[in-house]
Design a binder for this molecule. Structure first.
Ligand SMILES: Nc1nc2c(ncn2[C@@H]2O[C@H](COP(=O)(O)OP(=O)(O)OP(=O)(O)O)[C@@H](O)[C@H]2O)c(=O)[nH]1
Ligand SMILES: C[S@@+](CC[C@H](N)C(=O)[O-])C[C@H]1O[C@@H](n2cnc3c(N)ncnc32)[C@H](O)[C@@H]1O
Ligand code: SF4
Ligand code: SF4
Length: 340
């Protein structure tokens, strides 16, 4: 059977993003605001998470029968899940996996980077929104210092992992630091991707007026360090790439709000509780954990997954404006469950 299934908009599935836990040691205001994700928040119990064996079983089917080639582990904070390197080891040894990466806030990397690298992890993307302790402490909601993340960056590089940085820009909070962040990582040969603040989940009280746009981000940097746009590395890449003219250094901008990229979206997401989502902004997913625990055969699961992808017609970022205007928007899954 041909592996690739096209969805209703002719998009193949290539990239599977797996949230391994909904818990986090940060409380970023744009993701898990402390007022909501406090001590009484009903985080998932261990048995409600997919086990590593279940994740391996489902990933094998995605690779063999749907054409997945890239895997990204995320969360919540993925490194809060015990022995994550055991999962990395299982997944990285699977045939046909071309890329295995992780998105993390970085502060546990000094402890785990070597184990992850040995287990077969290739790349980490580390999130860091500011180089100023006051701003960063407010944004991460826990007063965590910039150095804790930079130590994670160093540990990852030392272990031999490829590192990128993700920086969410929220207007009125950290846009004044765009140029200094760009400079800092340019000097260190590390790619930064600036991310427009998105209306994910239900908890962050998102307003369009809080978005600092791709155009503004590029202008700010270009005025000091001229940039030129360059081609994507691969079809379905979410970041638009820009090179500092006359150099080999680059940055990216992820512009889900002002310059949507749904037309090439080849991503599916497995949430911490084992539901499959075909869009980051979906309100509900397909309960894969139940399917696995009901003892369905791999053949039955394969058919189910191919059927789900074949029916997909998501393009939320392209439809956002009309959805927000018509108030037809329903509750969306929280970012910490779906993983970004
Ligand atoms: N709207 C939207 N945002 C996305 C999508 N994929 C990733 N993002 C957001 O882009 C940001 C960066 O994602 P990462 O987890 O670093 O992964 P990536 O951009 O796929 O990284 P590479 O594999 O290095 O290209 C996160 O904030 C994600 O939430 C998507 O399909 N749609
Ligand atoms: C949900 S986090 C999970 C992984 C890990 N805890 C981390 O922060 O890197 C994945 C990515 O989503 C980004 N993110 C979370 N909420 C966002 C929002 N409202 N808008 C844009 N990006 C967001 C984070 O900055 C991070 O880069
Ligand atoms: S963005 Fe990542 S680090 Fe920040 S609260 Fe969300 S899951 Fe945690
Ligand atoms: S909004 Fe949904 S369909 Fe569009 S790029 Fe993001 S995940 Fe893909």
């Amino acid at each position: 059977m041909k592996k690739t299934v096209l969805d209703k908009l002719e998009r193949p599935l290539r990239d599977l993003r797996i949230s391994v836990t909904d818990k986090c040691n940060f409380r970023c205001t744009y993701c898990m605001p402390a007022e909501i994700f406090g001590p009484d928040y009903p985080f998932l119990k261990r048995n409600n998470l997919l086990s590593y064996e279940e994740i391996e079983q489902i990933v094998k089917i995605f690779i063999s029968h749907l054409g997945v080639k890239k895997i990204r582990l995320t969360g919540g904070e993925p490194l809060m899940r015990k022995n994550l390197h055991h999962l990395v080891e299982k997944l990285s040894s699977l045939k046909d996996v071309e890329d295995i990466a992780m998105t993390t806030n970085g502060i546990l990397l000094p402890k785990y980077a070597n184990d992850l690298k040995e287990a077969g992890l290739k790349r980490v993307t580390i999130s860091l929104d500011s180089l100023n302790d006051d701003t960063f402490g407010k944004m991460n909601g826990r007063g965590i210092k910039v150095k804790a993340v930079l130590d994670g960056v160093d540990a990852a590089l030392k272990a031999g992992l490829t590192v990128k940085i993700n920086t969410v820009i929220k207007k009125g909070v950290n846009e004044s630091e765009i140029v200094s962040i760009a400079k800092y990582f340019r000097e260190r040969g590390i790619i930064v991707r600036f991310i427009e603040y998105m209306d994910v989940g239900n908890s962050n009280n998102w307003k369009i007026t809080d978005v600092y746009t791709k155009k503004q981000i590029i202008e700010d940097i270009h005025n000091v360090m001229p940039l030129e746009e360059i081609a994507s590395n691969y079809r379905g890449e979410v970041a638009t790439r820009f090179r500092y003219i006359g150099t080999n250094s680059e940055i990216g901008v992820i512009s889900s709000i002002t310059d949507a990229f749904c037309s090439t979206c080849n991503r599916a997401r497995l949430s911490a509780e084992g539901k499959l989502y075909t869009c980051l902004f979906s309100s509900d997913g397909h309960d894969i954990k139940k399917t696995l625990r009901d003892g369905k055969t791999d053949e039955e699961i394969k058919k189910l997954l191919r059927n789900i992808w074949g029916k997909r017609d998501d393009r939320y970022s392209e439809e956002r404006v009309s959805k927000l205007q018509s108030h037809s928007q329903v509750r969306k899954i929280e970012m910490s469950h779906i993983g970004g």
